[in-house]
Design a protein around this ligand. Structure first.
Ligand code: ADP
Ligand code: MG
Length: 202
């Protein structure tokens, strides 16, 4: 897979698969957010990705970077919770980093997503270990160096590894010690995005 070339259609399939995964798992995301947040992560993600899927169905984005940037803009404009601007920044910055290239390699995608993850860290002020989406995103992007499957597995491991952590950022941090013992909703949705990527790359 190392020489795979990813075109615009691939990125549309990725975002469409991500929307389907969010739809399928929305109840679980909300359940996780009801334990350490305000029980809206599933509906936030659902609202955002319904808007993304609609935008893609209408057509428009003509390059991989444009697909991600346009998806990011949809998330920012349609989601009220913290996750909207955070995921929006991830995709917008990643899309910008890919520029106007008609095709990108897995390594170029990795570099683009790396820039996106840095935007998330900058916007939210969180670091790995703070029990946020970054706990899945950071290892996933790193493992994308190896393969799509490795990235999906790393994201899943990262999400599971948030269970014993104390939340330092976001709503869950208001709970202090009571945030321990629960999986972070945002890290869980990040794992869904990387599972969708591995699925479409097969
Ligand atoms: P809200 O917290 O506004 O209700 P959501 O429930 O949609 O928004 O999203 C919550 C998720 O957002 C958390 O589980 C966490 O992963 C992520 N998150 C919250 N704050 C931050 C932050 N400062 N940096 C990174 N991720 C964050
Ligand atoms: Mg919430």
């Amino acid at each position: 897979m190392s020489d795979t070339v990813l075109d615009t259609a691939f990125f549309v399939r990725w975002m469409t698969a991500a929307a389907a995964a969010v739809e399928r798992e929305a109840d679980r995301l909300t359940e996780l957010d009801s334990a350490i947040g305000d029980a809206d992560h599933g509906s936030n993600m659902q609202r955002g990705f319904v808007a993304v899927a609609k935008m893609l169905q209408a057509g428009g984005p003509a390059a991989p970077g444009e697909v991600l940037a346009a998806a990011g803009r949809q998330l920012i404009s349609s989601v009220g919770g913290a996750s909207g601007p955070l995921y929006g920044s991830l995709l917008r910055r990643s899309g910008k980093a890919l520029g106007e290239a008609a095709q990108v390699s897995r390594q170029e995608l990795r570099a683009g997503l790396q820039a996106g993850v840095e935007a998330v860290a900058q916007l939210g002020g969180a670091a790995p270990g703070d029990k946020t989406m970054l706990d899945a995103l950071v290892p996933a992007v790193e493992a994308l160096d190896t393969s799509f499957e490795a990235a999906a597995a790393a994201a899943e491991r990262g999400a599971l590894a948030t269970v014993p952590l104390l939340a330092k950022k976001g709503r869950a941090s208001y709970l202090g010690e009571r945030s321990i013992g629960h999986q972070d909703p945002g890290a869980t949705s990040s794992a869904l995005l990387f599972a969708a990527l591995a699925e479409v790359a097969k």
